[in-house]
Design a protein around this ligand. Sequence first.
Ligand code: F6P
Length: 456
Amino acid sequence: MKRIAILTAGGDTPALNATLFGAVQQANELGIEVYGLLKGFDGMISPRLPHVRLNPLFSTIPELDPCQGGTIIGASRTYINSEDKEQLQAVAGRMEKLGVEGLICIGGDGTINGMQPLSEYFPCVLAPKTIDNDLGLNYIDEPNEWIRDENDSIHDGYRHATMRDTVTLSEIVNYVTPGYATAVFVVAQSIERIRTTAESHRRIAIIEVMGRDSGYIALGAAYGQPDMIMIPEVDLDYPKIITRIRELYDMQKHAVIVIGEGVQDAEGQLGAKSQSVDPAGNIKFSGAAERLAEILVTELGDSYFQKNRRHDAAKSAIFTRKIGHTQRGGRPILFDRFYAAQLGGKAVEILNREHNNYLATLNWCPEAGFTLEELSANKLRDQNGIIHAREVHHSLYSEQRFQPSELGRQYFAPIFQNAIGHEDMEAIKCLFSPGNLLTRYQSFNVEMQKRIRFLD
Ligand code: F6P
């Protein structure tokens, strides 16, 4: 291939620039021109197809810094309508006019769905990213376990009917996605900070983390040593939760609880689930921590806290914190930078072989450690053609202890044991650089604006 395009779609992660960087470096080696399309699929819909050459003279532009979070080519949740043949043909025509022979999409499950119709016009390959760590499979035949069930509102009319009891770590397809490690790093640090204030004021903190229906971020939060973790994959059992909270509070006079934003009980999702206003129609989760706080206030009651003057009232003793978008932003830690770049490079290599509708994957086994592989995107789809968010396999979580299981701890070891580099520690010191008081933040959007070109 002589010229390819690349885009970043869906919610951003701290490692997107690192993936772009790895892809462009690989393209430089292969003598391939790389055009960055702006704002995900949104840029393709525009008749002028705004784009940026990311490697003029086969050298990577200086704005592309793998250590910087976000994406210099912008992201959006816009997807091309697969039913709209006219639009698809117009996009294909524009890509041809630009002289592009193939496309790399950096994204998650929504992005694969957006890429699929385009793969009928030119070769497309996905480089994975998502802080949710939900793009992949616990084992290769997992999609066959999903069935259609009109009554299942939680998974939009589908149900994971059976699940194997055990999983071996080397069977996991796409072990971990770029962005996840940094999100866990942010969450674990936040827990440490919230801990000491909850401890001092004898409060119960409920910390809500991202991840939609997937509990990987919540489970990884274990590194911050919360007292209890609740994940969306396991229904909340209130009597058990209350008993454990009482034990903890009686003993240490405070408690720190982490919940995934998509947690549910027997009645369904705890917080509100609403259609977002973005064109992808993504589901937004909100309010799970507040709802759990309300339940605890009622179940524990004022008298529990007033006993022995431990606190004024239940309402003031229980507080919630949503970590929110800090999980998605800022400098990626070493693990993410390194493997994001590797996956970007791998995606270019796959595309250059004209393998269409594939994704680059990062697998792990004890003998070889992490390895880069490829997978046909259809392997992620169930019999109905749906890609389901990967769930935390129940063998990775101990329902009894509200913590990762033995296998869960083993799962985390290869990701996190060397996840932070020396440079990451040095970067922290830069926060108080006197220059920060003198100069304004230099947005990459300003510099990239100067490089944007159009079709005509
Ligand atoms: O999928 C990534 C993610 O960060 C989820 O964890 C979260 O629910 C969602 O995106 C938030 O999306 P937005 O930034 O559009 O509110």
